[in-house]
Design a protein around this ligand. Structure first.
Ligand SMILES: [Ca+2]
Length: 417
């Protein structure tokens, strides 16, 4: 197994942990060692599934295991974040990190030596899975210093709604100026779980926002309704207006900002640099976490089709997994891993990772690496399992390293040794 060395050295709030991924072959494993031929490897998942549902195609779940051969280090950059939730790269290489419960941002250098707190965002409701969620810099941040974020907001009648807002980072980097809500994923609802949500920009400078369906049986069916913003990918301008000519722009009774529907609680969105398509990760029910490729106008099935069952053990709906007009996930997990933020690795620093999808996940406490070929998962690896953290978000730095934040307050750097 991988050798594991841990050095703790205090530099103020910075510590260093080194994990050694070794090139090893003991001859005791039947698995093929090379990533290029993983097809006969056993899956990384060894626990029994929750249901006897069968995948729609080979490799849709329990794909073959893969093994990174490039030695890499894991460095603890910051350990005093407060419930970090989103992480966004700035043009100068620093990171903006949202703090779920305080409703504040942190501005942290990649080496961890500088760490500022930014206030001035509107109050968040940090009940349940709500609070300050994702954060992202405007593509023109270097010129306009504008930041976008989303959060759970209390309405006048006491309900909760996912709101998307923007504001300008002050010149002294201590506060957000002129915060303005640009969009609300209505209807508001009493429950405090499953808001989603992530934000990404497209090449035209518009935003895709993933929204949760708010969980309860009486509300989650709205994931299938085009006149609701719940359980959707919405496509909006920087002012929160529907991007013109969306797939449902001319459908009666549909919200024109709806881009895709039928999602449960999507906490992961990322662009695939190989194909240019938008990929999504969502929390499913028990045994139904999914990765989907988001295409305009497509229906991803929840709560009509799913590979999971209710957490109570009951079937979901009619207990079907495939239906015409509804998209299949390209991959699912049973048991669940609880996938939150995702990113594709798009650097040449670690060539064997280029084009791989990395998933920060909560339940099984690891970074999941998916090797992708022709939009199919052909290899899966669990990284950072020794740290026992709930990983919440992950992104790539300017230096070709990966950076991930944990619910427990850490920022880790994963880099070539
Ligand atoms: Ca689905």
């Amino acid at each position: 197994m991988a050798t594991y060395k841990k050095n703790l050295m205090a530099f103020g709030t910075t510590f260093i942990v080194i994990l050694s991924a070794c090139n090893h072959s003991t001859g005791t494993s039947a698995s093929a060692p090379a990533d290029s031929d993983t097809t006969k490897n056993a899956p990384v998942e060894t626990e029994a599934p929750n249901s006897d549902y069968k995948p729609a195609f080979a490799g849709q779940t329990r794909g073959p295991s893969a093994k990174t051969t490039t030695p890499f280090s894991v460095t603890l950059v910051n350990s005093v974040l407060k419930r970090p939730w989103g992480i966004a790269l700035l043009p100068d290489g620093r990171f903006l990190i949202s703090q779920k419960e305080e409703g504040t941002l942190r501005l942290v250098t990649a080496d961890g030596k500088s760490d500022k707190t930014i206030t001035g965002l509107p109050a968040v409701v940090a009940d349940g899975q709500g609070g300050l969620l994702d954060v992202i810099a405007d593509p023109d941040f270097a010129y306009n210093r504008v930041v976008f974020w989303d959060y759970s907001e209390r309405t006048a009648d006491g309900l909760l709604v996912l709101a998307v807002a923007k504001g300008k980072l002050s010149d002294d980097e201590t506060k957000i100026e002129n915060p303005t809500v640009i969009y609300r994923a209505t209807p508001a609802y009493k429950g405090s779980i499953q808001f989603g949500s992530r934000i990404v920009f497209d090449k035209e400078g518009n935003l895709f926002v993933s929204t949760g369906e708010r969980s309860d049986p009486e509300i989650r069916i709205q994931a299938q309704q085009l006149n609701s913003a719940l359980g959707k990918i919405v496509h909006i301008t920087k002012d929160g207006k529907p991007v013109p000519n969306g797939p449902f722009a001319h459908t009666s009774d549909a919200r024109p900002e709806v881009y895709a529907l039928g999602l449960r609680s999507p906490e992961g969105l990322a662009w695939n640099p190989t194909t240019g398509e938008l990929w999504e990760a969502e929390f499913g029910p028990r045994g139904g976490d999914e990765i989907n490729i988001i295409r305009p106008g497509k229906n991803y099935g929840w709560p009509v089709i799913t590979y999971g069952i209710e957490y109570s053990g009951k079937k979901v709906g009619d207990a079907i997994q495939v239906k015409g007009g509804m998209e299949q996930p390209i991959y699912y997990w049973d048991p669940v891993i609880a996938p939150s933020g995702i990113t594709f690795y798009d650097s040449d620093v670690i060539p064997e990772w280029k084009g791989n999808l990395f998933i920060a996940n909560l339940k099984t406490m690891h970074i999941d690496r998916l090797v992708i070929k022709d939009d199919k998962v052909v290899g899966e690896e669990r990284l950072l399992t020794d740290l026992h953290h709930r990983f919440r978000a992950i992104t790539q730095g300017k230096d070709g390293a990966l950076y991930t934040v944990t619910d427990e307050g850490q920022l880790y750097k994963i880099a070539k040794k």
